[in-house]
Write a protein that binds this ligand. Structure first.
Ligand SMILES: Nc1ncnc2c1ncn2[C@@H]1O[C@H](COP(=O)(O)OP(=O)(O)OP(=O)(O)O)[C@@H](O)[C@H]1O
Length: 230
């Protein structure tokens, strides 16, 4: 069976910079996979390609059977994407972000789930406050909520734990567990090995734009991880 995420020999170039230099990666439904690696390893660029926001320079990338180069819009419909930075409108409130997301996703019923997610992420009390004044961690938490709102078949979380407090970490782990239970494919990028192990069954380590290891998360001891980074 074809994996839900199927990347073959992906290259992404930004001018002189080769951000991704020949990645092969597969991820299945009902499973969370961690994407690890040092700063600049190519994690966010890979996520952006999978989200349909950056086109591949070469290689084949299938998301739930759709080629991202051929139909990025269909891919955007399939995935829920929490970008590493940005994506929020400073003058809008969390509730307005949910309204906009639900409208773009053509979701007829979303208020109950939206309210529940905001509560779970400790954002219920600030649901009607503009996000321009939010801390980094609060913005991260809202980005995860927005990615998860429509219960996507493919959930892409880029550094979801970055600067997030324990309540937010717990809520994110719950979102990953819920998504896995309903059969979604989750790809989560992080620098944090411990949280990767807690959230994910498998791990892929990138270095210099290439994939250098793929293993069950339990096999990724701190010594193994350290050795793979160098
Ligand atoms: N838009 C861009 N223009 C030029 N270079 C870019 C662009 N985006 C990424 N890069 C470069 O591509 C490489 C990979 O970047 P990427 O953001 O994918 O790494 P990362 O593994 O997500 O890093 P981090 O852990 O720091 O977020 C880096 O050298 C980066 O400077």
């Amino acid at each position: 069976m074809t994996p839900v995420i199927d990347i073959r020999d992906l290259h992404v170039r930004f001018g002189e910079v080769e951000a991704v230099a020949g990645i092969d990666l597969a991820a299945d439904s009902g499973r969370a996979t961690a994407l690890l690696g040092r700063n600049g390893a190519g994690k966010s660029t890979t996520m952006k390609v999978l989200a349909g926001v950056v086109p591949p320079t070469s290689g084949t990338v299938l998301v739930a059977g759709t080629d991202v180069a051929a139909d990025p819009l269909a891919v955007k419909r399939t995935v829920g994407y929490c970008p590493d930075v940005g994506g929020l409108v400073p003058r809008a409130t969390p509730w307005e972000h949910l309204q906009l997301t639900a409208r773009l996703r053509r979701m007829p019923e979303w208020e109950t789930r939206g309210r529940d997610l905001l509560e779970r992420f400790g954002l219920g009390d600030v649901a009607h406050r503009v996000v321009g004044g939010f801390s980094h961690g609060m913005s991260r938490r809202l980005s995860v909520v927005l990615a998860a709102l429509h219960e996507p078949a493919v959930l892409l979380l880029d550094e979801p734990f970055d600067g997030v407090d324990p309540i937010g970490v717990e809520a994110t782990l719950e979102v990953v567990a819920d998504a896995r239970a309903r059969g979604a494919c989750i790809l989560l990028s992080t620098h944090l090995r411990d949280l990767a192990l807690e959230a994910c069954a498998s791990a892929i380590v990138l270095r210099g734009g290439s994939s250098v290891a793929e293993m069950d998360a339990v096999e990724l001891t701190s010594e193994t991880y350290r050795a793979l980074l160098d």
